[in-house]
Design a protein around this ligand. Structure first.
Ligand code: BTN
Length: 256
């Protein structure tokens, strides 16, 4: 693993012994002092980690990376905010793929990172809007690194240690993760949306594969992921006919 230098992401690194949630802390910081773009808030002890749609992110103390990156993507209109989601998911996928070389590394829509069929990383992106652009974005990333035992409530978890059989030094992983996020963010900023779209689909878990899905009301159906809408909805070609668009939590892959 090479030491990575970045232009702005992680140049300011605010590491805390413990924080309830790095995303919550980042929100407070933005409200108070508008820190410079690329500021990273990290901790290895996060007892109240936040996950997507109000869920919790559990992380054993001193075992994993939990950090938030503050960005000001004022070049993006709010309706294109999923482009940022794609760029970040691809960046974190690259980071994991650099470390886990024996297994395929997937993006499970919208932005979970999977090694094979196991979740190794979760991302929580929180945007605040101006009238015409995104004003600030907090990119919260939780990577399971040295944790090997997980609560039974977490379906199919993994970690770098479980995948590679070795322990990692947490602080040295931060610059590598920042490097990947910065590279993708700069590509997004320079307007390479089309490439990002194609790359996102290339690495999307179960893309164009016959899959058993479950609706939030419990009903199951066969279909295959056919794409992602402009606004980031998951498009599924349903085996019984037609294409449907789903928001997060309206559908899941059966068994996950
Ligand atoms: C998910 O998969 O539900 C998203 C999990 C995101 C967890 C990260 S850990 C760092 C940052 N701070 C938080 O409170 N949550 C995110």
């Amino acid at each position: 693993m090479q030491q990575q230098n970045t232009l702005f992401i992680g140049k300011v690194l605010l590491h805390h012994e413990e924080l309830p949630s790095t995303n919550t802390y980042a929100q407070e910081l933005i409200a108070k002092s508008k820190p410079i773009e690329g500021t990273v808030i990290s901790t290895f002890r996060q007892p109240q980690g936040r996950g997507q749609v109000g869920s919790k992110w559990e992380s054993e103390p001193d075992k994993n990376l939990t950090l938030s990156i503050i960005l000001y993507p004022d070049f993006l209109p709010p309706q294109q905010n999923f482009a940022l989601n794609k760029a970040v998911a691809l960046a974190v996928r690259h980071f994991i793929a650099e470390l886990v070389q024996l297994q395929p590394v997937w993006i499970k829509w919208p932005n979970d990172i999977y090694v094979g069929t196991r979740k190794i990383c979760g991302i929580l992106i929180q945007n605040s809007l101006n009238r015409t652009t995104l004003a600030s974005t907090i990119v919260g990333i939780g990577v399971n690194v040295n944790q090997t035992i997980f609560s039974k409530d977490i379906p199919n978890p993994s970690s770098l240690q479980l995948e590679n059989g070795k322990e990692y030094d947490l602080p040295t992983l931060i610059p590598l993760l920042c490097h990947h996020v910065e590279a993708m963010y700069l590509r997004l900023k320079s307007g390479q949306f089309a490439n990002l779209d194609a790359e996102y689909l290339q690495h999307l878990y179960r893309y164009q594969q016959p899959t058993l899905f479950q609706r939030s009301n419990g009903e199951v159906f066969w279909g295959s992921i056919s794409g992602i809408s402009e606004t980031g909805k998951l498009l599924i070609r349903v085996e019984e006919g037609g294409e449907e668009a789903f928001e997060l939590k309206q559908v899941s892959i059966s068994g996950f």
